[in-house]
Write a protein that binds this ligand. Structure first.
Ligand code: SF4
Length: 387
């Protein structure tokens, strides 16, 4: 399994850290100092924790304690401002984390109703410090939960990697910390959304994912309603997720309108078919004004007909749901093609006429392989500068 640093501070909860502080024979207020340094100041080494006396810093170094902030190995900067980060962990494995100024166009359901609009679910908050300086007023970070993915969706580049390992809670939260540090922004002052839609299936790494969520809310300062997790449809975990006291919003990657098509595109549909998936979605305890997002990647001539749209409308009838439509983001090794805009618009129209809010999501960072389903640790890109 993972060779993550044994004594990393990043990934520890307040209570875990409090026990360590006690073990070290230190006063309890050191816990808050350490949390502040690791999660809010995002220091890179124990030596940098200036609130601790030098003697304690030296003692921690001697004990082999480290911060565990993952390193940024490469940055690919898109023409549209999206940055795809290759983030490396202690054992040499890496994942991708994507920074999208101005949100993700709602492509991944970042919490905005209309992706391009600045008025998000939180209403008209003032523009924020980082944004004022940079020309954006909100940003979304797309976070990975596993190295690779085992789910094998046929239209997804990540699937080609297979799954290498789960990320720890520290590595999931650490991606966010590394990107916040690099972009010089801090929630909640800066309006940052998180989508757990990067590499991997978060619900197949459920405990670590949920621990990371709690760390991000309680210690990093990201508000719960600003987070969305997407699952390919791990039904038992959807039930568990509904019972969590602290949880992001739920998105379900649907991508097909009937079982035959879905099983072909997403083999996990054999285990959890549409009947089971939709039952779990219908039972999911939604909060006030919350909707479940259904993501639907449109593949030319495969799942994008008006008949498919009518079947989707039937599946979602009566639910508090919305649909994000994403025209396939192409990639090498993917056998499908991107539908024409008129087909996408026609699909949307059928859903809207059935009373289902449906949004066409503009892709972000396609030129640097940062868009949905394109995360494959692609390092060689002719057009994009790696910084
Ligand atoms: S779409 Fe998501 S769940 Fe499916 S293979 Fe890709 S990363 Fe895994």
């Amino acid at each position: 399994m993972a060779n993550v640093p044994q004594n990393a501070l990043l990934g520890l909860s307040r209570s875990e850290l409090a026990s360590l502080v006690e073990e070290w024979g230190e006063p309890s207020y050191r816990t808050s100092q350490l949390l502040e340094a690791v999660y809010r100041q995002r220091v890179e080494s124990v030596e940098q924790i200036s609130t601790l006396p030098l003697s304690l810093r030296a003692k921690l170094v001697e004990l082999g304690v480290c911060v565990g902030l993952p390193g940024i190995e490469k940055r690919f900067v898109s023409l549209d401002g999206t940055v795809r980060y290759l983030i490396a962990f202690a054992d040499g494995q890496s994942v991708e984390t994507v920074w999208m100024p101005e949100g993700d166009g709602g492509e991944a359901g970042d919490g905005t109703e209309a992706g391009d609009s600045a008025s998000s679910a939180d209403g008209d908050r003032p523009h924020l410090v980082g944004g004022q300086n940079r020309g954006w007023d909100r940003a979304t970070i797309c976070v990975s939960s596993q190295v690779g993915c085992a789910v094998d969706c046929q239209f997804c580049l990540t699937a080609l990697l297979g799954v290498k390992r789960n990320l720890t809670a520290g590595e999931i939260a650490g991606q966010v910390c590394a990107v916040l540090k690099d972009q010089k922004v801090s929630p909640p002052q800066d309006r940052i959304n998180l989508v757990f839609m990067g590499m991997g299936e978060p619900f197949l790494n459920y405990e670590n994912f949920m621990k990371a969520v709690r760390l991000l809310v309680e210690e990093v300062g990201v508000a719960e309603p600003r987070m969305t997790v997407s699952t390919a449809g791990i039904v038992p975990r959807i039930h568990d997720f509904g019972q969590e006291a602290v949880r992001p919003k739920l998105a379900i990657s649907l991508n097909a309108s009937n079982d035959a098509a879905r099983t072909q595109l997403m083999p996990l549909n054999r285990k959890w078919d549409l009947e089971k998936l939709m039952a779990a979605a219908r039972e999911f305890p939604l909060r006030n004004r919350e909707r479940i997002t259904f993501e639907y990647v449109l593949l030319d001539g495969v799942n994008d007909s008006a008949e498919n749209a009518r079947e989707v409308a039937e599946l979602l009838r009566g639910m508090r749901a919305k649909v994000n439509l994403i025209a396939l983001n192409p990639g090498p090794g993917i056998q499908f093609s991107t539908p024409a805009e008129v087909r996408v618009a026609a699909f949307q129209q059928v859903l809207m006429e059935a009373g289902i809010p449906a949004f066409v999501r503009r892709p972000r960072g396609r030129d640097i392989f940062a868009a949905c389903g394109q995360l494959k640790r692609t390092v060689e890109i002719a057009t994009a500068p790696a910084v």
